[in-house]
Ligand binder design. Structure first.
Ligand code: NJP
Length: 250
């Protein structure tokens, strides 16, 4: 309660559900994405619902380092800094290894790997400057970050999520060496019913619908609950979730 959280990719899907849940739990949440109008709408909904926290929309293209750095300096000026960071923004483009476009691969690297790394470094700096020792960094990973499935359109995406697995584990080691109690967790969902698969299939609704019908899906709210669970553990408890995969039985 009262702490500042940054949620990347808060405009739709899992990020929007996480932002809403954190506001409901009383946090001051900076939600960023390119479609800031959607975050503004969500902020108004949270306000009308009478939630005890607040959602502050921020427009940021996470594939652009300068925009990320400006966002961190605005957060420092207006809200002192970030206590909790949910690195959620991510994308999958249908670019197989044998025939994919470099541009599509680069977009995935920029958002899924570079933005996560830049935000992590900046959040740590923000916590250190204010002697915050109970901060938390949560990376929304994927089951594809722990095993390679035989589906060529997701192989490059999977590689970027393997990077998230390594980044979170490495981060936990660096935090331990730095003798802080800041925690790092990654959460790895199976398929979640959001707009994600539409984008993966080039906005083809039939192929996206077939994906969602073929696998049991989680809801974005299930992921928000997982984030709340991780954050509500007592300060000495670190939920690592390295291969803690979350799937649906329904
Ligand atoms: O995806 P989607 P999810 N700059 O497409 C933002 C992982 N995951 O919520 O900029 C800034 O509904 C985008 O905002 P906008 C997945 O890898 C998912 O399902 O307005 N923001 C939007 O808010 C990802 O890490 C599934 O377009 C950028 C958000 O990212 C996380 O869960 C399964 C951006 C994407 O919303 C959230 O995915 C799994 C940029 N350049 C892992 N580019 C699943 N859904 O099935 C994108 O295993 N965003």
């Amino acid at each position: 309660t009262g702490r500042v959280a940054l949620v990347t990719g808060a405009s739709v899907g899992i990020g929007a559900a996480v932002a809403r849940a954190l506001v409901q739990h009383g946090m001051k949440v900076v939600g960023c994405a390119r479609s800031v109008d959607k975050i503004e709408k969500l902020a108004a909904e949270c306000q009308s619902a009478g939630y005890s926290g607040v959602l502050i929309p921020y427009k940021c293209d996470l594939s652009n380092e300068e925009e990320i750095l400006s966002m961190f300096s605005a957060i420092k000026t207006l809200h002192q800094g970030v206590d909790v960071c949910i690195n959620n923004a991510g994308l999958a483009r249908p670019e197989p290894l044998l025939s994919g476009k470099t541009e599509g691969w680069r977009m995935m690297i920029d958002v899924n790997v570079m933005a996560v790394s830049i935000c992590t470094r900046e959040v740590y700096r923000s916590m250190k400057e204010r002697n915050i020792d109970d901060g938390h960094i949560i990376n929304i990973n994927s089951m594809n970050g722990h095993s390679v499935v035989p589906q060529s359109v997701v192989h490059f995406y999977s590689a970027t999520k393997y990077a998230v697995t390594a980044l979170t584990e490495g981060l936990r080691q660096e935090l331990r060496e730095a003798k802080t109690h800041i925690r790092a967790t990654c959460i790895s969902p199976g398929l979640v019913e959001t707009g994600f698969a539409f984008k993966l299939h080039d906005n083809d609704p039939e192929r996206a619908a077939a994906t969602y019908e073929s696998i049991r899906c989680l809801k974005a709210e299930d992921m928000a609950n997982a984030v709340i669970y991780v954050l509500s553990a007592p300060p000495h408890v670190q939920v690592s979730c390295n291969s803690c995969e979350i799937t649906s039985l329904l």
